[in-house]
Design a protein around this ligand. Structure first.
Ligand code: 1OR
Ligand code: 1OR
Length: 401
């Protein structure tokens, strides 16, 4: 019997293809093979080009949008180097096959195979429920959202499981379906708990948006269930949409008085993580007494703040709500409970149609530190006003009792 020789590299070649098929579950294996091997050949051709040649688009790491903004703001000569950070190690193997370079301004035809994780009807409806308040998904059109949902996969976690480790490269973005999670940050060899997620929210967007190492460790403190979105789909859809968001909201965000003291790059990072929510006339935006997880800036329309209290001022009316303030375009609300870590002190209702830019509590803490003095000053005004309106017996964070 003649001896059949396996050509060197064949096993690795087919293994690489198989791994990508298992990871991405493409609907058509032949189409996927054509695109996979075409990209592999292109990557090999690029790798063979002389080392003195300038890096091709796919060898460059896409610029960190934050760094681009920093560069605009500061025109520092060092920033050019920042734009060429090497691709994180863990992706070296994959990047050589599936280049992730992406220029959000280029409206080119998408050739990457779509990632699809088939789901049962029950899984799909659980996924839709988990994603309905995810701010990063708010400005997606129907087609983009449906591609995101198709690409998401379920991951269950056990107590003490590390979903993300600080310092790692970013692989997935996660939406919480259920479970509680600690956010841990290690600095100067000290591990600190800086927050929690309680059965909703999302995390893991930063490393994918800015090509940075994971900024925190996320550990499950209960059994839980998450929906993951792979890095490639996240960048193709969410990061692309963020470029649009920057264009849409840049001038408005520049005009918000609270944010004036921030650097341009800091304001752009706010735009990256906010979501736009729309409310109809009379709709309740915040409920007094609720646990708080969001901060609001009014993009258009008017918001009425009402307080329900059993105090001297309205003891005959018992639990009736009294209007205590009106907020307008460019103003913010919902900061008090986040700053004091107490329940909502008042309710907020839309007067006419209202559009708000909404930020989650983690982004609020991470990005609005420099604005904290202004907010605290205004909170002290609330307290003065409260005493004038209701007498000194009332505590802002215990108004209904
Ligand atoms: P990531 O891809 O860097 C860790 O992976 C994730 O933790 C991160 O994305 C965020 O989604 C999430 N600072 C940095 N990342 C945070 C923070 C945070 N909170 C949640 N994440 N801070 C805590 C704010 C409450 C600031 C700490 C100094
Ligand atoms: P929050 O997170 O407690 C309700 O949710 C929001 O209403 C609150 O943050 C503030 O952003 C906003 N007292 C308390 N909350 C106020 C007040 C206020 N005005 C707006 N909010 N006072 C009005 C002062 C003009 C004092 C009460 C009499």
């Amino acid at each position: 019997m003649s001896h059949i020789q396996i050509p060197p590299g064949l096993t690795e070649l087919l293994q690489g293809y198989t791994v990508e098929v298992l990871r991405q579950q493409p609907p058509d294996l032949v189409d996927f093979a054509v695109s996979y091997f075409t990209r592999l050949r292109e990557a090999r051709a690029r790798a063979a080009s002389p080392p003195t040649a300038p890096p091709s688009d796919s060898q460059r790491l896409e610029p960190d949008p934050g760094l681009v903004a920093d560069a605009v703001a500061e025109s520092s000569s060092e920033d050019d180097e920042d734009l060429d950070v090497p691709i994180p190690n863990r992706f070296d193997r994959r990047v050589s096959v599936c280049a992730e370079a992406y220029n959000p301004d280029e409206e080119e035809e998408d050739t990457d195979p779509r990632v699809i994780h088939p789901k049962t009807d029950q899984q799909r409806s659980r996924l839709q429920e988990a994603c309905k308040d995810i701010l990063l998904f708010k400005n997606l059109d129907e087609e983009q959202l449906s591609q995101v949902l198709d690409a998401m996969f379920e991951r269950t976690v056990k107590v003490d499981e590390h979903v993300i480790d600080q310092g790692d490269d970013g692989d997935n973005f996660y939406v919480i379906e259920r479970g509680t999670y600690d956010i841990l940050v290690t600095k100067d060899s000290q591990i600190r708990s800086v927050g929690q997620y309680d059965n909703h929210g999302s995390f893991g967007e930063l490393a994918l948006m800015y090509n940075t190492p994971r900024a925190a460790t996320i550990v499950a403190t209960s059994e839980g269930s998450l929906w993951g979105l792979d890095r490639v789909t996240f960048r193709r859809i969410i990061v692309k949409n963020n470029a649009k968001k920057r264009k849409m909201f840049e001038s408005f965000i520049e005009s918000v008085p609270l944010l004036k003291s921030l650097e341009v790059s800091e304001r752009m990072k706010i735009v990256d993580v906010i979501g736009e929510k729309i409310y109809k006339d009379g709709e309740r935006i915040i409920t007094q007494g609720d646990k708080a997880d969001s901060f609001y800036i009014i993009e258009s329309g008017e918001v009425s703040i009402l307080i329900r209290s059993k105090t001297k001022a309205n003891k005959d009316g018992g639990n009736q709500e009294v209007e205590i303030a009106r907020c307008h375009k460019g103003q913010y609300f919902g900061e008090l409970a986040l700053v004091t870590n107490k329940p909502r002190a008042a309710s907020a209702y839309a007067v006419g149609d209202v559009k708000c830019l909404v930020m989650d509590v983690q982004a609020f803490e991470r990005l609005l530190g420099p604005c904290m003095d202004i907010m605290k000053r205004n909170i002290s005004h609330y307290e003065e006003q409260l005493v004038k309106m209701f007498g000194s017996s009332m505590d802002l964070n215990d108004p209904g009792q």
